[in-house]
Design a protein around this ligand. Structure first.
Ligand SMILES: Cc1cc2nc3c(=O)[nH]c(=O)nc-3n(C[C@H](O)[C@H](O)[C@H](O)COP(=O)(O)O)c2cc1C
Length: 176
């Protein structure tokens, strides 16, 4: 089984980069092959911009999505919804790449925890015929959520993240 990690922020050191990589580490510990697409080192053009349809990163990205069994995706909440980077990443994915695949959803917020971004991502995934699992994780007041080493400080967050990853893996097994 291969799980692809996506972040709606650039770099592995961003909050969503750290969060999704924690999720991937948990999956790795459960015997799953993992891969993280970092928009910082492998940027995806904005859909529609000049030259985007011939972009080599786009082709590699779409192949990666096609060849993975499930996705773990974390987006920051920007103005009450997912970041533009997250939406643009999913705009490069069509049903033929992701349909029938489980997705685990996470979000980070500067303010109070809510599920807006997660719900918007669920609606988007419906159009792609993907299968977001019921478990999800929104982390509010994200500036306080990680220690200096990048670990999640709240055990409840670790617990919920583990259950989310377990659910994605179990669902992938059931659907395959
Ligand atoms: C353009 C922009 C809009 C934002 N809108 C919200 C928002 O609507 N609600 C919220 O709780 N935080 C908001 N934030 C804070 C982000 O959610 C927060 O920066 C993000 O979760 C990641 O944290 P980091 O910037 O420390 O990496 C916003 C940040 C930016 C840059």
């Amino acid at each position: 089984m291969k799980i692809l990690g996506l972040s709606g922020e650039y770099r592995t050191t961003s909050k969503c980069g750290m969060l999704v990589n924690h999720a991937l580490d948990i999956a790795k510990g459960m015997g799953v092959e993992t891969i993280f697409w970092d928009l910082d080192t492998d940027p995806l053009p904005i859909v529609g911009e000049e030259g985007c349809w011939e972009n080599e990163n786009v082709k590699r990205f779409q192949e990666l999505v096609t060849n993975c069994d499930a996705i773990l995706a974390a987006s920051p909440e920007y103005h009450g919804t997912m970041s533009g980077a997250m939406k643009n990443t999913f705009d490069w994915i069509y049903g033929k790449h992701i349909s029938g695949k489980p997705v685990g959803l996470m979000s980070t917020l500067g303010g109070v925890q809510n599920a807006n971004t997660l719900n918007h991502m669920r609606i988007m995934l419906r159009w792609l015929h993907a299968w977001p699992v019921p478990e999800q994780l929104a982390i509010g007041k994200v500036k306080e959520a990680f220690d200096d080493e990048g670990n999640l400080v709240d055990e409840d967050h670790v617990d919920r993240l583990t259950k989310l990853v377990e659910s994605v893996i179990e669902t992938t097994k059931k659907l395959s």
